[in-house]
Design a protein around this ligand. Structure first.
Ligand code: BGC
Length: 252
């Protein structure tokens, strides 16, 4: 199957590989999301086989956009967070295109995909100017978008604030590991947001990641200047953004 105005999006994470056909007129999934556990070890070859299995399951033969928790430059993974280190230096675009029978494939960073989706269809839709999306999970992912155009691979989770990488200070996993209350964790998040907004001056900050579901417990406690809004698309943002990227020819 393939269809006009539709593309297939796949979000590769440390625990699951998730994908679906996306209707790009609405930003909604056109079918139920398919999830397969990420193979362990998550080597490029093993993950490519899982991606091929997922696309075959969906009976899709059109273009496919794929996210990786990695810096991706011209289709090549340059880092690897929560996936096998064998990804570093791998031409992910060529690998997946090969596994999918030579069709059109785009590979991009997971947070970049989520940012594209939130900017066009989700939380930031109503905001003009520049949008900074941060995903709070095991690490912190970032996406910077100005009027629909993505500045790829910003990696703000690794920026040092007060001598500490922002994701070591304020990822959702830090809250869990250090058993912080929402108030304590929100103070760390505020420190990070103040540093980022003083450099980038976004019009709005979108907070994504699983912890954005509890946003009413911590967004009101933030003390930074820029409005912070919770992500709308939740666990489909990566899939939708990946589909958008391949459909629009965005190749970071
Ligand atoms: C990685 C990013 C990724 C983010 C979320 C960070 O540790 O450096 O590339 O987007 O985690 O998965």
């Amino acid at each position: 199957m393939s269809a006009r105005g539709h593309a297939f999006g796949i979000d590769i994470g440390g625990s699951g590989v998730k994908g679906a056909v996306v209707n790009l007129d609405t930003g909604e999934l056109a079918q139920e999301r398919i999830k397969i556990a990420t193979p362990q070890p998550s080597t490029p070859e093993a993950v490519a086989a899982t991606v091929a299995e997922l696309v075959a399951k969906a009976d899709w033969d059109g273009p496919v956009g794929i996210t990786l928790p990695a810096v991706v430059l011209d289709g090549v993974a340059r880092t690897a967070a929560n996936i096998d280190r064998g990804w570093i230096g791998t031409d992910a675009r060529a690998l997946f295109a090969d596994a999918l029978g030579g069709r059109q494939v785009t590979v991009l960073n997971d947070a970049d995909a989520a940012g594209l989706a939130e900017d066009r269809y989700g939380a930031a839709r109503e905001y003009a100017g520049s949008v900074l999306l941060l995903t709070f999970g095991t690490g912190i992912g970032s996406a910077l978008i100005y009027r629909g155009a993505l500045v790829p691979n910003t990696e703000l989770g690794h920026m040092e604030v007060g001598g500490m990488e922002t994701e070591h200070r304020a990822a959702a996993s830090v809250k869990e590991r250090r058993e912080l209350s929402f108030a304590q964790w929100a103070a760390e998040v505020s420190t990070v947001l103040i540093a980022l907004e003083n450099l980038f001056w976004p019009n709005v900050i979108v907070a994504g990641g699983g912890i954005s579901r509890d946003s009413d417990q911590w967004i009101p406690l933030l003390t930074n200047r820029t409005p912070v809004i919770p992500a709308h698309l939740r666990n489909t943002a990566g899939i939708v953004g990946a589909a958008m990227a391949v459909h629009d020819g965005i190749t970071p």
